[in-house]
Design a binder for this molecule. Structure first.
Ligand code: IPM
Ligand code: MG
Length: 355
């Protein structure tokens, strides 16, 4: 009997539909050779949901997501939605979705492909061999803290973390480290912020349960610098919501293209898997978007579902296709043998994944 999974597809806006379609192509390809079946359902979130329902996160999408085994998500947003009131903005839909699912742990690996070291804006010797993961707290911190308000002549937000919230994300980071190089760098701003002082104390507490893992603390400004100066020093970066948002974009440039970074948002009932890049409305519909980050997110999804063979197939296929010199336009100047479209890239990965 095949293992069956209900997958909620949230394609979203901009390039979202194109890249999710390619990930589905690859999922179907591995399903045909492993004993897996996928049952997909589409749901709207973001700008496309505002267009239809005047609501960036319809209840039907929440229900569908909660009733699935995993959610594969593309990207949301676009310039036409930027002037909408906050409750109608696409981003509000995504943040609400994270909260509804209680996916407090955002795992963002940044691993460089040997073939693409030249694609980084940093020197090859600095980036070759980079293999780090950002563990970002996703449902707390300044993104969600109350009170918050925008008045005519002032505005404010609150960065708040409870001990419990810090503890559970720290545990995720230490668990990741146990499977990797056993090093956690906890990033905060404890020289200025009380919330960071508590963060440090709690992380120290959690570290006691992981004597094999080495722990260091780093201020976020220094961490931004160190990521660019010597990224190989990092194994697991543990940090809060906003610092993690910023550092993960920086980490993406270390590995060359934001089109190569997947992510998993987990810790709740259902995991949400998405590329870390946005909806890139400027290139939507042209068939030039890089689907690899989304395909890698699908691989992370399979790993979490326990389908390790299928996940390995995808990871190896991506490596092989890049090694062969196939590149989407964003990476066309880096050892490209052939520049391929979004859908050609998806087909290539699908083909290699079945070999
Ligand atoms: C991300 C994005 C989101 C965030 C936006 C779209 C709300 O930048 O997933 O990193 O800030 O978390
Ligand atoms: Mg971001």
């Amino acid at each position: 009997m095949a293992n069956k999974y209900k997958i909620a597809l949230i394609k979203g806006d901009g390039i979202g539909p194109e890249i999710v379609d390619e990930a589905v192509k690859v999922l179907d390809a591995v399903a045909s050779v492993e004993d897996i079946e996928f049952d997909y359902s589409d749901y709207l979130m973001g700008g496309c949901a505002v267009d239809v329902f005047d609501n960036p996160l319809p209840q039907d999408t929440i229900n569908g997501a909660l009733a699935s085994d995993a959610i594969l998500f593309g990207a949301i947003g676009g310039p036409q939605y930027d002037t909408l009131p906050k409750e109608k903005r696409p981003e509000t839909g995504l943040l609400k979705m994270r909260k509804e699912l209680n996916v407090f742990a955002n795992i963002r690996p940044a691993v460089i492909f040997d073939e693409l070291t030249a694609a980084s804006t940093l020197k090859e010797e600095v980036v070759k061999g980079v293999n780090l993961v950002v563990v970002r707290e996703l449902t707390g911190g300044i993104y969600f803290g109350e009170p918050r308000e925008k008045l005519a002549d002032k505005a404010y937000n609150t960065m708040v973390y409870t001990k419990e919230e810090i503890k559970r994300i720290a545990k995720v980071a230490f668990e990741q480290a146990m499977k990797r190089d056993k090093k956690v760098t906890s990033v905060d701003k404890a020289n200025v912020l009380e919330v960071s002082q508590l963060w440090r104390e709690v992380v120290e507490e959690v570290a006691k349960d992981y004597p094999e893992v080495s722990l260091e603390h780093m201020y976020v400004d220094n961490a931004a610098m160190q990521l660019i100066r010597a990224p190989k020093q990092f194994d697991v970066i543990l940090t809060g919501n906003i610092f993690g948002d910023i550092l993960s974009d920086a980490a993406s440039m270390v590995v060359g293209s934001i089109g190569l970074l997947p992510s998993a948002s987990v810790g709740g009932k259902v995991g949400l898997y998405e590329p870390i890049h946005g909806s890139a409305p400027d290139i939507a519909g042209q068939g030039i978007a890089n689907p690899i980050a989304t395909i890698m997110s699908a691989s992370m999804m399979l790993r979490d579902l326990g389908e390790l063979n299928a996940a390995n197939r995808i990871d190896n296929a991506i490596k092989a296709v890049l090694k062969e010199g196939y590149r989407t336009k964003d990476l066309s100047s880096f050892d490209a043998k052939e520049v391929v479209s979004t859908s050609e890239m998806g087909s290539l990965v699908a083909e290699y994944a079945t070999k």
